[in-house]
Design a protein around this ligand. Structure first.
Ligand code: PGA
Length: 250
């Protein structure tokens, strides 16, 4: 079994007090972190990347939720790939559905962001997923294929990290069914190998209402190489429970 990746996406949550508390809970559980059979990563808001630098000493990667589509320049309010690299980010989300929905990110912009991560030696995690309407209209696979190809076509990346996050399962408390997850993940891998690069290694994470209660089922499913967890990652104890659950798969 390949090493799973468990990433916690805090979105725009938390404050300095909660960051400190989170780190102290992780510190108290250093043995569990040392024994983790999954790679762990926390993606706090940009503002707390500095305050969370200790993560790397705790054997947890630091990640970012987004990055600018430009190398540098007069782009007020943006954060560049090189800045994230300075903050020791290993992973960066590209194309999270909330970026697509509220900030209208797609196509070329996402392709540029993806490439900038690679240029700066960070690992982009491309997030894709269909809306409920698209699923009900039988468009799921078309949407996934389009979202994959518009960013990954021609990529030089040797290892791909993709998060399948059905939009209707994000933050709703209703996760996708195991069979739907397995089907989507199988489709994603097959599409990558057929249309992008037959030799590339690919990990597909599932995201969408993953909790410590459903992780055993969802994250051990066929073709599931990890999880992208939002709400349940905000509480260090819950995040650790999910990490523990992954240990039990091996
Ligand atoms: P959720 O969010 O776990 O709160 O559903 C997942 C995500 O958006 O990455």
């Amino acid at each position: 079994m390949t090493k799973k990746l468990l990433a916690g996406n805090w979105k725009m949550h938390g404050d300095l007090a909660s960051v400190r508390k989170y780190l102290s809970v992780l510190r108290q559980n250093q043995a569990l972190l040392n024994d983790s059979l999954a790679e762990l990563c926390i993606m706090p808001p940009y503002a707390y990347l500095g305050a969370m630098q200790e993560l790397s000493h705790l054997r947890v990667h630091i990640g970012a939720q987004n990055l600018a589509a430009y190398e540098k320049g007069a782009y007020t309010g943006e954060v560049s790939a090189s800045m994230l690299k300075d903050m020791h980010c290993q992973y960066v989300l590209v194309g999270h559905s909330e970026r697509r929905q509220y900030f209208h990110e797609q196509g070329d912009v996402l392709k540029r962001k993806y490439q900038l991560c690679l240029d700066h030696d960070m690992i982009p995690v491309l997030c894709i997923g269909e809306t409920l309407e698209q699923r009900e209209q039988g468009q799921t696979f078309d949407v996934l294929r389009r979202q994959l190809l518009e960013v990954l076509d021609g990529t030089s990346a040797e290892a791909l990290r993709i998060a399948y996050e059905p939009v209707w399962a994000i933050g709703t408390g209703v996760s996708a069914k195991k069979s739907d997850v397995e089907e989507a993940h199988g489709f994603i891998k097959q599409t990558v190998w057929e249309k992008i690069n037959p030799n590339v290694s690919v990990k597909v994470l599932y995201g969408g209402s993953v909790t410590e209660h459903n992780a055993a089922e969802l994250l051990n499913a066929l073709n599931v190489d990890g999880g992208l967890v939002g709400g349940a990652s905000l509480d260090a104890a819950r995040f650790l429970e999910i990490a523990k659950c992954i240990n039990s798969f091996y």
